[in-house]
Design a protein. Structure first.
Length: 278
C-alpha cells in the first residue's frame, strides 16, 4: 500500500512512502553493520562477542547517518533533512532544549533516589571514578542521540506520514518499548518495565513537540536518564538487596527505575505537564 506525503515546510513535491520500506530500513542497516563487524573477531581474537556486536551497532549507526539524508529527500521530499529530523536549528534554541531535557532527567532521578533513600531501600556511599564518569557521559551522548534520532526523529516522521500525527505518537512509543529487552524479565516485572517504557516514549515525543520539533530536549531527557542512572548505581547509590522491584525497578542488581512505581509517577507527572502537546 502506498500513501502520498503531504508537502511539509522545507519539503519538495510529494513522493511515495511504502510501509515495507519503513519496516525493513533499520533491520537492513543493522544486518549490514553486523556483517561488517564479523571480521573483527578474526583480526583481533581478543575481542569478546559482545564487543564485536557493539562494533556492529556502531557501524549500523554510521550507515544510518549516511543514508538518512538520502531517504528523507527521496521519500519525505525534504530539502533540509537534518532540520526536518530536529537536529539542526538555531544554536541558542538547541542549547535551551538540551538543558531543559537534562534538568527533567535530573529531577526524575532525584525523585527516585529520594524515595529509595527515605524508605531505607538504598544508602548513599562513595563517589564516582573518572572512568565511571566517562562511561556515564558516553551513555548519555550515545544512547540519547542514537535512540532519539531513530525513534523520535526518523520513525515518528515515517509513521506520521502513514497513519497521522495522533496515532503516530502512541505507535512510536509502543514500538520504542517493544524493542527493549523487557521480555527477559519474569511476569509482572516484564509488564512493569514495558509499561514504563511506553510512558517514557510518550514523554519523549511530547518533549520534542514542546521544543517546536527540535530533538535535543528529548536527547537530553533520554540520555540524562540512562547516563545518570548508570552513574548513580556505579558510584554513590547502593540499593539494598531486599529492595522490592515495585519501588526500585525490575531487574534485580541491574534495576531499571523506569519500571518502578516512583518512575511511573514521575513520568506521569511529566506527561501531565506536557498535556497541551498531545
Amino acid at each position: 500500500m502506498e500513501e502520498a506525503i503531504e508537502p511539509q515546510p522545507g519539503s519538495t513535491a510529494t513522493t511515495q512512502l511504502h510501509w515495507w520500506g519503513t519496516l525493513l530500513y533499520v533491520p537492513v542497516l543493522y544486518g549490514l553493520g553486523w556483517l561488517a563487524a564479523r571480521p573483527f573477531s578474526l583480526l583481533s581474537p581478543a575481542w569478546r562477542p559482545d564487543q564485536v556486536d557493539l562494533a556492529g551497532v556502531a557501524i549500523a549507526l554510521v550507515l544510518l547517518l549516511l543514508s538518512l539524508p538520502w531517504r528523507l529527500r527521496r521519500t519525505w521530499g525534504s530539502t533540509a533533512p537534518w532540520r526536518t529530523l530536529g537536529l539542526a536549528g538555531p544554536p541558542a534554541a538547541i542549547g535551551r532544549a538540551l538543558v531543559r531535557g537534562l534538568l527533567k532527567a535530573l529531577l526524575l532521578l532525584a525523585g527516585v533516589c529520594a524515595v529509595l533513600l527515605l524508605s531505607g531501600q538504598a544508602r548513599w556511599q562513595g563517589g564516582l571514578t573518572p572512568a565511571q564518569g566517562l562511561n556515564a557521559l558516553a551513555l548519555l551522548l550515545g544512547v540519547g542521540f542514537a535512540e532519539e534520532l531513530l525513534f523520535r526523529g526518523w520513525l515518528w516522521g515515517e509513521l506520521e506520514r502513514q497513519v497521522g500525527a495522533r496515532r503516530a505518537l502512541g505507535l512510536q512509543a509502543a514500538l520504542f518499548a517493544l524493542v527493549h529487552p523487557w521480555y527477559r524479565l519474569p511476569g509482572l516485572d516484564a509488564i512493569a518495565l514495558l509499561s514504563g517504557l511506553v510512558l517514557l516514549g510518550l514523554a519523549l515525543g511530547l518533549q520534542r513537540r514542546a521544543d517546536q520539533g527540535l530533538l535535543w530536549g528529548a536527547i537530553g531527557l533520554h540520555g540524562g536518564l540512562v547516563g545518570g542512572w548508570f552513574a548513580l548505581q556505579a558510584g554513590p547509590l547502593q540499593l539494598a538487596s531486599t529492595a522490592p522491584a515495585w519501588l526500585a525497578g525490575p531487574g534485580g542488581a541491574a534495576a531499571n527505575p523506569i519500571g518502578s512505581l516512583p518512575g511511573w509517577i514521575g513520568l506521569a507527572l511529566l506527561l501531565w505537564v506536557r498535556r497541551r502537546w498531545w
